[in-house]
Ligand binder design. Structure first.
Ligand code: SAH
Length: 452
């Protein structure tokens, strides 16, 4: 399997500095079940091409696969020959500095868009050219794809799923490599290793700055995480823009969210507490409001999305804050569905429009975590009221936010609160949020759980 990257921005040999690979040498790196050789078939100031040749060991590939849920056929196996996720590993190993945006010799080159052309000699593409277009055109690539017949001697057998693909774009090398890193396994749709939580982090990292807005985001995330719904949903939640940009929210979106945040912070003021942890804090809107409450000495925000936390830090201007203010705030990266001691020891925990972003079986993990482990005296939680959705006009979707996994009617919400009361040692009080309409209630609902 061969991948070439050509730069034609003068002086084209800048490519060598950026890749940290000398154009005069052939270099090899070990990858799982094989080697990746890096060399330059063409070097001039006008055009410079770097090739990465993946030399897989087909026998090792089969031998080392035992126990892995990687059910590739033992005897007929295309893995050594196609640009699968092995190529992704080779890219991250062979070109790690470039992929991470580092260039020791000429750091100024990192942010310069180059005229780049990529050739992938054999690429297995599930979904054919249409998928290729969906993936690359929104990123500004010019795409040429040649599909190969199953067997040239028997044209009647039709086309295979293998393509030779050329991509052209004026982008930074780092952007190009991160596109390939994520999209090669997405095209192939087979992954050679077990997908776990770490993969979300990798995806977030490499998708930063382009995946959030990509129209095929959902396809990319689901395929990248091998259709593991829970992980995909977590990842999608993490890259989905905050609650302030819902698909449909009938009341002016600012106003409704403002009402929620004000109701929650009023509740906290009423409780006269000194410490709060905002679980699923998103971009820190509640924290900003809570800072005005002088009684609060410790305000911690936690979210699974590092991107949201970055926005929160910026929004709160943490870097410019005076010391006494800065000491009151803490932002943590974590997940509500995992035990995390850092979240213990707060008087109040808030969950503002968070639970509906989790799959219902993950909700159980969240429940146990919040009501059994984190154990604050009070929990203030809000979620949309599904009854209210019938006030949407016909052309509006019934869900307010593309990432909501579920929405509860007032009855369902109450049933859940009762379940919490019975399963854990908390009492509850429900309060409507926003303007109430007869028969459907208010747009959002809030509950205050208190430790018995
Ligand atoms: N509370 C904020 C954001 C609501 S949007 C506000 O009201 O403005 C939902 C937030 O929940 C997102 O920021 C998302 O990243 C976060 N989230 C989703 N699943 C999570 C999990 N498992 N752990 C922590 N945060 C999570």
């Amino acid at each position: 399997m061969l991948l070439t990257i050509t730069n034609s921005r003068y002086p084209a040999t800048d490519l060598g500095f950026l890749l940290h690979k000398h154009p005069g040498k052939v270099q090899s790196v070990e990858v799982v079940n094989g080697k990746a050789h890096v060399f330059y078939p063409e070097v001039s100031d006008e055009r410079c091409t770097c090739a990465i040749l993946l030399d897989m060991d087909p026998v090792g590939l089969v031998r080392n696969s035992d126990g892995n849920p990687f059910a590739l056929d033992q005897y007929v196996n295309d893995r050594p020959y196609v640009a699968s996720s092995f190529m992704t590993s080779a890219i991250s190993k062979g070109f790690s500095s470039a992929l991470n945006g580092n260039c020791k010799a000429k750091p100024e080159l990192v942010s310069i868009p180059l005229q780049l052309e990529v050739q992938l000699s054999v690429l297995s593409v599930k979904g054919g050219e249409e998928v290729l277009q969906q993936l690359f055109l929104p990123l500004g690539y010019e795409l040429t794809a040649i599909q190969h017949p199953l067997d040239p001697h028997f044209p009647e057998w039709g086309e295979s799923r293998y393509f030779t693909v050329t991509l052209k774009n004026t982008v930074t090398l780092q952007a190009l490599l991160s596109h390939l890193y994520v999209l090669i396994p997405v095209m192939d749709n087979e992954k050679h290793y077990w997908v776990n939580e770490e993969e979300i982090t990798k995806l977030m990292n490499k998708g930063k700055g382009w995946l959030e807005e990509h129209p095929a985001k959902e396809l990319i995330v689901r395929r990248y995480l091998r259709y593991q719904q829970k992980l995909s949903n977590e990842a999608l939640a993490a890259i989905t823009v905050s609650e302030d940009t819902p698909v449909v929210e009938k009341e002016s979106k600012q106003t409704l969210h403002d009402i929620r945040l004000k109701a929650v912070s009023d509740e906290i003021a009423r409780l006269q507490v000194r410490s709060v942890v905002d679980l699923g804090c998103g971009e820190g809107r509640l924290i900003k409001l809570l800072l005005e409450n002088k009684q609060l000495q410790r305000i911690t925000g936690m979210d699974v999305s590092s991107r949201s936390l970055e926005v929160a830090a910026r929004r709160l201007k943490l870097d410019k804050m005076i010391d006494t203010q800065r000491k009151r705030i803490n932002l943590l990266h974590g997940s509500l569905t995992y035990r995390d001691r850092r979240l213990q020891g707060y008087e109040v925990a808030t969950l503002v429009e968070v639970i509906e972003h989790l799959d219902e079986d993950r909700l159980l993990a969240l429940e146990k975590n919040v009501f059994n482990e984190i154990l604050p005296d009070t929990i203030v939680l809000t979620t949309p009221n599904k009854d209210w959705n019938i006030t949407f006009t016909e052309d509006e979707t019934m869900k307010r936010h593309s990432d909501h996994r579920f929405e509860w009617t007032r009855e369902e919400f109450q049933a859940w609160c009762e379940h919490i009361r019975d399963a854990y040692k908390y009492t509850y009080e429900i309060k409507p949020l926003g303007e109430e309409i007869e028969a459907v209630g208010a747009p959002s609902q809030m509950v205050v759980f208190s430790k018995q």
